[in-house]
Design a protein around this ligand. Structure first.
Ligand code: PLP
Length: 346
């Protein structure tokens, strides 16, 4: 007899289980085709299936007009992000990154003995590329995140191109495009194609809804990718490869999810702003709201009421990050937010 599978997880918030708006995940999970592909490959999970990695790289390369040797597949984008910190920073090569941003690369660089230079975002939420270029003459790595986590704010491509052209000699630019599919922004991949000192990261954790399955990409010149590869072997889960391939081959998936996310995000932001709580414009699946009091305490109070939201960043102690959930989850978010934060004149 076949062992019974556990029952499916209840929809968050439906039965008293917490609403999860805290990790910038996609509430929709893997697409139906991706789930089917993962199920279909499971019986062959006893094999490494190295060929599947090449198939996924070839599919992405074909879609983006990249040579396949400019594509490296990892189990998520955290892995190549850490490897970039190890490869391009050290005691005499510092890291420059915006603030606030996704800080994983800073933690790894610091642990690797590198100095870390945090450059505040401009008031519109974009990267201050001039200050970033001037932050450290010994910079080994400049990290840009577009759209940025935690703000969802975007930096115009021209600004990132300026940074690429004007960065300190010998440094590499890393552009983390984890959220780019949610935005209308143009990728920096064409500069990878042109052979720049640039690595672009993509992930299947966000719009593709595969955070728990683990799949990501590093895109760059083969010599740059080789420096990341040098830090150890990189085995991949076949379920993620199969699901990732199915996702890439579904042309409707990204535009559909982008549109649904934007609609729900803009509704939430409009509601908050009308109640007197300012938000930075976002083009991702998260945004920051200024609650006008200690953000950490506010997040904790929301959590007590069953709605888990993101945290505050030290530079902006009164703003908290909120991940865009389903329409139902965001209705619950508004209910609990209203209990804690009264409407006030904007
Ligand atoms: N980069 C950014 C900007 C992120 O926000 C995240 C996750 O939140 C990651 C990278 C890492 O995600 P993963 O390792 O799941 O691809």
């Amino acid at each position: 007899t076949v062992m019974a599978l556990p029952p499916p997880l209840p929809a968050a918030g439906a039965d008293g289980s917490p609403v999860l708006l805290n990790f910038n995940e996609c509430p929709l999970g893997p697409s139906p085709a991706a789930q089917e592909a993962a199920r279909a490959i499971l019986p062959r999970g006893g094999r490494y299936q190295f060929g599947l990695r090449g198939e996924l790289a070839a599919e992405f390369a074909r879609q983006q007009g990249l040579p396949v040797d400019h594509v490296a597949v990892y189990a998520g984008s955290s892995e190549p992000l850490d490897r970039a910190a190890l490869a391009f920073t050290g005691p005499d090569r510092s890291l420059v990154l915006p603030d606030p941003t996704f800080e994983a690369v800073a933690d790894t660089a610091a642990a690797h003995g590198a100095r870390v230079h945090r450059v505040p975002l401009l008031a519109d939420g974009s990267h201050d590329v001039r200050a970033m270029a001037a932050a450290a003459t010994d910079a080994g790595l400049l990290y840009a995140c577009n759209p940025n986590n935690p703000t969802g704010s975007v930096t115009a491509r021209g600004q990132l191109e300026w940074l690429l052209a004007n960065r300190p000699a010998g440094s590499v630019l890393l552009v983390d495009e984890a959220y780019i599919e949610y935005s209308g922004e143009r990728s920096m991949l064409d500069h990878v194609r042109a052979g720049a000192d640039l690595v672009v990261l993509r992930t299947f954790s966000k719009i593709y809804g595969m955070a728990g399955m683990r799949l990501g990409l590093a895109l760059g010149r083969p010599d740059l990718l080789a420096k990341l590869a040098a830090f150890g072997s990189n085995p991949l889960p076949v379920t993620a490869l199969a699901a990732g391939l199915a996702s890439l081959r579904d042309p409707g998936l990204v535009p559909e999810r982008r549109q649904a996310n934007a609609l729900i995000r803009e509704q939430a932001i409009a509601w908050l702003q009308a109640r007197g709580y300012p938000c930075l414009p976002s083009q991702a699946n998260c945004f920051m709201v200024d609650v006008g009091s200690d953000g950490k305490a506010f997040s904790a109070a929301m959590a007590d009421r069953g709605v888990l939201i993101g945290r505050a960043w030290p530079v902006w102690p009164t703003r908290v990050r909120v991940t865009v959930g389903t329409a139902g989850e965001m209705a619950r978010f508004r209910e609990v937010f209203a209990q804690l934060a009264p409407a006030r004149s904007a």
